[in-house]
Design a protein around this ligand. Structure first.
Ligand SMILES: [Zn+2]
Length: 307
């Protein structure tokens, strides 16, 4: 009897011991998870701080942390694979958050729009300066309208100076420019090459997609220089455009990648999700496509193409 009691006691104390060990293991695991979570949160804060400081650097040109900023930019461009790597691969949860994925396509010399694109889209009036109405792809029109309304609330009066142009109109513009050059003594080939420097080839202009607008403000309007970058409106756009799905399409320092001069006025709708992604990456759209493996070696998009 006494022996049985003793055995039971032993059994109970062994169970207690096992239970205690299980508790210790769970506790260790919990601490480990917590440490990991905190570490990754800190890493995220670091990353986003780097992005914000580098993008604000280009707009306000604050001095001070210049060296660090330059370093982080250099890291980004060298390490398209690293810098981009983590941020660019979308998790399943993120993919569900992607809005307007249809708008994420490239329009440039390597990626012209289909000839019948004018017929594929419906456009909607987004702005009027009294003399002229400006139109946009109706799927994205409200984003532009809302952005303008938000800017106005902050005391910024944005203006549209060009938006949707039909491929037909672009062709008319292009041909007229070629003809002028021929009249001035150039051969046809010379005239076409020279025109291409100034006028986008029909179907190769983002304006033909109905997703781009040349935006200025009542402070400053000039296509001849980049003075718009020194305005309050530009600073506002740099800070807020992504929230409405817009990116600065031809950034300063990316001329070699985009093939277009720095245009502080040209904004492109790519959807809110991708606008933030592109802006955070510090890459231009061509580079972003490349970093995601969406381009072949000729720069032609193999994924995320026009629907
Ligand atoms: Zn433009």
């Amino acid at each position: 009897m006494a022996q049985q009691k003793k055995r039971r006691k032993k059994k109970i104390s062994r169970q207690a011991l096992i239970l205690r060990w299980i508790m210790i293991i769970i506790l260790v695991l919990l601490v480990w998870f917590a440490v990991k979570k905190i570490a990754s949160a800190f890493k995220k804060v670091d990353d986003s701080a780097a992005v914000t400081s580098s993008s604000s650097e280009s707009t306000s040109q604050t001095s001070g942390a210049d060296d660090i900023i330059t370093d982080s930019i250099a890291d980004d461009s060298d390490g398209i694979v690293i810098g981009a790597g983590d941020d660019m691969t979308e998790t399943t949860a993120e993919k569900e958050n992607i809005d307007n994925a249809w708008a994420m396509f490239l329009v440039n010399n390597q990626n012209p729009l289909p000839d019948d694109y004018d017929k594929r889209i419906t456009v909607k009036k987004v702005y009027s300066n009294g003399d002229r109405d400006f139109e946009f792809d109706e799927r994205a029109a409200d984003y532009l309208i809302n952005m303008f309304a938000a800017a106005k609330k902050d005391g910024i009066n944005l203006t549209v100076n060009s938006s949707y142009r039909t491929i037909e109109y672009q062709q008319f513009n292009f041909d007229r420019s070629v003809q002028q050059r021929i009249n001035n003594g150039m051969s046809y080939d010379e005239a076409v090459l020279d025109t291409e420097k100034e006028v986008a080839y029909p179907g190769k202009s983002e304006h033909n997609a109905g997703l781009s607008a040349d935006i200025f403000s009542d402070e400053y309007v000039s296509f001849d220089d980049d003075g718009f970058k020194n305005t309050k409106a530009y600073a506002w756009l740099m800070e807020n455009a992504a929230d409405y799905g817009f990116i600065l399409r031809y950034p300063e320092g990316k001329e070699a990648e985009t093939g277009i001069i720095y245009e502080p006025w040209h904004y492109r709708f790519v959807g809110v999700y991708y606008a933030h992604k592109v802006q955070e990456s510090g890459l231009c759209l061509e580079e972003y496509f490349k970093a995601n493996g969406w381009l072949d070696e000729n720069g032609t998009a193999t994924q995320m193409t026009v629907e």
